[in-house]
Design a protein around this ligand. Structure first.
Ligand code: ADP
Ligand code: MG
Length: 336
């Protein structure tokens, strides 16, 4: 189990049905996070980030696909295992501090309560762990205040202490800085980075905050319920001996060979419906797919041209007139 990733999602699908309308919140999402990694998850509103975190936290189950966290199969997991999982294996921090902390308890009591409810940490070690966590997160001085008396940043730092109260393998945070100003967000992100380093908890943090890039080595972008790109960062030393952060963005290729083209690339070349692919010795080229079939070079007809465009054309596909009596293999051109 030791060399198994802490988070593995394969082809994860979550379909919500509300008033007879189906929403595919996750559409075959793949994600792998190694033990101890800190990864940021970014993406437009509605792209499926919270849906993913709800599944990973054990409070929701996927409609299809596979999800394993710290050796637990989240699809098969039932009753007692699910409860133990939620109490001891994962910790979570939500955007709204009201969801993280009980208002009538002090910060210290909130952390202690999380331990007492779970019963994972031996009784004799609880108090010491509470103090250590609050100290580490820089909220020891305000530990006896109730949430209403704390600033937004202090509340979220106490919330991180609550999330870590039972020594989870995995820490999940859904927009923990969403209600904070820039400076306070940076403080909270730095605190998460520090606990990730010191506790070694695998950390997945959803954020809109571009500044998160400073604190993580990997950023995963979700688009339409699927992982679309990943940005990897590393620190190098340049010729002058200075430390420089370098970032490289990668498109994500799933097991079926699918990938999403970045929206900017699609609009820059006005790509629509179908594209032409050609294999070069060291790369694959993607070109606009419009052009009369006559222009297709002989012999190129069987190239993996995007005939798949027949599938996913969206609502206006039905209105696209097809040439009558087209041969089965003809590549119809969009007349627009
Ligand atoms: P994000 O966190 O990235 O903003 P969400 O995971 O909350 O996105 O939502 C993804 C999609 O699923 C959205 O279209 C949203 O409207 C829909 N959705 C989320 N939760 C529910 C639900 N309980 N019932 C119906 N649709 C939902
Ligand atoms: Mg969300």
């Amino acid at each position: 189990m030791s060399d198994e990733p802490d988070i593995v999602c394969e082809g994860l699908v979550r379909i919500y049905t509300a008033q007879g309308v189906e929403v595919q919140a996750l559409q075959g999402l793949d994600l792998v996070v190694q033990p101890g990694e800190m990864v940021a998850l970014i993406g437009a509103s509605g792209s499926g980030k919270s849906t993913l975190l709800n599944i990973l936290s054990g409070s929701d189950t996927p409609s299809a696909g596979r999800a394993r966290v710290a050796g637990h199969d989240l699809v098969a997991m039932r009753g007692r295992e699910r409860l133990d999982y939620r109490r001891g294996v994962v910790g979570f921090v939500w955007q709204q501090s009201g969801r993280n902390l009980l208002p009538y308890l002090s910060g210290r009591e909130n952390v202690a309560m999380a331990q007492d409810v779970a019963g994972v940490i031996p009784r004799g070690e609880r108090r010491e762990r509470v103090d250590a966590l609050l100290d580490q997160l820089g909220v020891a001085q305000v530990a006896d205040q109730r949430p209403a008396q704390l600033s937004g940043g202090q509340k979220q730092r106490v919330a991180i202490a609550v999330a870590l109260a039972n020594g989870p393998r995995v820490l999940l945070a859904d927009e923990p800085t969403g209600e904070l100003d820039e400076a306070t967000s940076a403080e909270v992100l730095a605190a998460m980075e520090q606990v990730n380093r010191e506790h070694g908890a695998t950390t997945l943090i959803v954020t809109h905050d571009a500044a998160v890039a400073e604190h993580v080595d990997r950023t995963v972008r979700i688009r339409d319920g699927r992982t679309s790109t990943e940005t990897l960062r590393a620190t190098h030393t340049d010729e002058a001996g200075r430390k420089v952060r370098v970032a490289a963005e990668y498109a994500v290729l799933d097991r079926a060979g699918r990938m999403q083209l970045p929206a900017e690339y699609v609009s820059a070349l006005e790509l629509r419906d179908r594209v032409r692919l050609s294999l070069e010795p060291d790369r694959i080229e993607v070109r606009p797919g419009s052009g009369a079939p006559a222009q297709v070079p002989p012999g190129d007809k069987d190239a993996p041209v995007a005939r798949r465009a027949q599938r996913d054309e969206g609502p206006d596909a039905a209105q696209t007139p097809r040439p009558p009596a087209s041969t089965p293999d003809s590549e119809t051109e969009d007349p627009s």
